[in-house]
Design a protein around this ligand. Structure first.
Ligand SMILES: CC(C)(COP(=O)(O)OP(=O)(O)OC[C@H]1O[C@@H](n2cnc3c(N)ncnc32)[C@H](O)[C@@H]1OP(=O)(O)O)[C@@H](O)C(=O)NCCC(=O)NCCS
Length: 165
């Protein structure tokens, strides 16, 4: 995971954060495990028994029944093989069926074609573009906002979390 944290290509697509030393990274991770924020749910993405990436719901808001979704596959050998789409569908199912949320939204850089195609193929609606929204390596970049409602998800995808009759 620390190698992913230091990977410039991943930063380009996922966003820029402070680059940390391994010691600081491990200390932050330990702190996160011991005191996880109440509005954050993080899951590992596994493929063939190997840690492949990370997917999360942040800004979980039970009053307004919404959350923001983010993901990356640190193992680039897995890119373009459907792993990201599968992880997103399972995450959405969890958000709508287990957490009983009604809206999931996501933001991607406008230049991130792969992530935008993923959003579209899973059934997210592109709700708009936040123009010059985020500083990205010295340049302000547009960000696309995607949203999916529980009703839209259920029209397209079966749930893994159904209770037997
Ligand atoms: C974005 C990411 C999560 C997508 O996961 P993935 O497993 O690679 O995506 P999938 O294989 O499920 O494919 C999703 C779509 O992208 C398409 N795709 C694959 N390679 C592509 C490429 N080089 N350019 C554009 N689209 C591409 C796939 O064909 C698919 O579209 P389709 O269903 O219309 O065919 C992953 O590539 C990743 O972690 N990238 C770096 C970090 C990142 O961008 N995170 C997202 C931040 S919002």
């Amino acid at each position: 995971m620390y190698a992913w944290h230091c990977d410039t290509e991943l930063e380009i697509f996922s966003g820029w954060g402070p680059r940390r030393s391994k010691t600081t990274y491990e200390a932050k991770f330990k702190e996160f495990l011991e005191n996880p924020p109440a509005d954050l749910a993080v899951f590992a993405v596994e493929r063939a028994g190997e840690l492949t990436g990370r997917i999360e719901l942040s800004e979980i808001d039970y009053e307004n029944r919404r959350a923001c979704m983010g993901l990356f596959l640190g193992d680039k050998r897995r890119w373009g093989a459907g792993v990201g789409s599968a992880a997103v569908v399972i995450m959405l199912d969890y958000a709508f069926s287990v957490l009983n949320l009604s809206r999931i939204f996501a933001r991607t850089y406008a230049f991130n074609d792969r992530a935008r195609r993923l959003m579209k193929s899973v059934g997210f609606v592109e709700e708009g573009v936040l123009r010059s929204h985020e500083m990205h390596n010295g340049t302000l970049r547009d960000m696309c906002v995607y949203g999916m409602l529980a009703t839209e998800f259920r029209e397209r995808h079966p749930t893994l979390f159904s209770v037997p009759e």
